[in-house]
Design a protein around this ligand. Structure first.
Ligand code: 8OZ
Length: 374
């Protein structure tokens, strides 16, 4: 993907197999409105309202019950869940949009209440994440500490890789998604394997950078084998402290990861710059994003380069001028279903209401106003 400084947010772009009408992407946004892990009919309305984005990335969606870490987040491992998603993709496509599903395994960021047989969540090592998860109790979100995980045995890892592969195939063949995004960010399972603070393993999946990256790369190879690299993206967050993620030396780690990903013909690489949903610079964790992108391109990576975190129109245009191919907006899409049109016309943005981010009804979900047509 080549870029030049005169590319606009509103120009089309090819990302692998995905032909996108513009470069404005809706970032994945957890909304906790899927009781029993089934996306409700109103989710179809919510996503279809936002279908003018060049690409919609679904909220994080669990690939298995073991991969669940929050109340009322959707899954992709049961018939009703797939049917619920099929409603979403049908309405998005009818509205002219494209949508991929974000494949999620939370690893240790979970609670025994959500796990099969109320067992311990799983992780690379039995180290509790210093973070909280959301349980919905009597309709109200409640933040609770995550449970102490157990370390996965090496012989369990092929099963986890297989769950990603099955979820990816079902996503495309049954639920009608245009592709998938592997959630490799924000301190969840694959990121827990990558990082030195959560991965203390002494087998082939711990220790060296090559070993810590092994599971993420096995998962990505399995997914691309199932649905094709051109329908596969991946999200990474090199220095986010989200969910107690920390690595002592992130630059060589993530440079290695993207060099390896370069061989898989992915549709896109999605990078969260800085702290997820927070500062674009993280104190004590400098990171050279241009070097990361250069490592990917030098290794032959041709996927679209997507950047995210705290962007407005000015920063997004600057990102394109600096060689990004796609820009992802999160919170602005909560309050502005017609964000693309608002950016195009420099219209003011609705403010999103934080109290309705997680859980609840259509209020704060499908009832944000669009611009009045003249
Ligand atoms: C906010 C609340 C719960 C989950 C992420 C999937 O950070 C999430 C998430 C965000 O990637």
């Amino acid at each position: 993907m080549t870029s030049s400084s005169n590319i606009s947010l509103f120009d089309p772009v090819q990302a692998g197999d995905l032909h996108l009408a513009n470069r404005v992407v809706m970032a994945p946004l957890t909304r906790n409105r899927s009781p029993n892990a089934v996306p409700p009919p109103i989710a179809a309305t919510y996503y279809a309202q936002r279908a003018t984005a060049g690409l919609l990335i679904s909220e994080a969606t669990a690939i298995s019950q073991q991969g669940q870490g929050y109340s009322d987040v959707p899954g992709l491992y049961g018939t009703e869940q797939l049917d619920g998603w099929k409603r979403v993709t049908t309405e998005v496509h009818a509205a002219g949009g494209k949508i991929v599903v974000q494949l999620w395994h939370v690893g240790r960021v979970s609670h025994t209440d959500l796990q099969p047989d109320n067992g311990a969540p799983v992780a690379p090592s039995a180290i509790t994440a210093k973070t909280q998860t959301v349980l919905i109790k009597n309709g109200k979100p409640e933040f609770v500490d995550t449970s102490t995980p157990r370390a996965l045995r090496a012989d369990e890892l092929p099963g986890i890789v297989h769950s990603y592969e099955v979820a990816a195939r079902n996503a495309v063949e049954t639920a009608g998604f245009d592709g998938v995004e592997i959630h490799g960010a924000n301190g969840y399972l694959l990121d827990q394997f990558l990082r030195s603070n959560s991965n203390h393993r002494e087998d082939d999946y711990g220790g060296s950078i090559e070993n810590r990256a092994r599971l993420l790369l096995e998962v990505t190879r399995a997914v691309t084998g199932a649905i094709g690299g051109g329908k596969t993206g991946i999200r990474l967050s090199p220095v986010t402290p989200a969910n107690d993620a920390f690595d002592a030396d992130p630059q060589p780690l993530f440079d290695h990861v993207v060099r390896q990903l370069a061989t898989l013909n992915l549709a896109y690489i999605h990078i969260i710059e800085g702290a997820t949903g927070g500062a674009r610079e993280v104190d004590g964790s400098p990171f050279d994003y241009p070097a990361l992108k250069a490592a990917y391109r030098e290794a032959g990576g041709k996927g679209a380069w997507m950047v995210n975190n705290g962007l407005d129109k000015v920063l997004a245009e600057k990102a394109l001028a600096n060689g990004a191919d796609l820009v992802a907006f999160g919170r602005p899409f909560i309050g502005n279903p017609d964000l693309v049109e608002r950016l195009r016309t420099d219209a003011p943005l609705n403010k999103d209401d934080k109290t309705t981010w997680y859980g609840g009804s259509e209020h704060g979900y499908t009832d944000y106003p669009t611009l009045k047509k003249a």
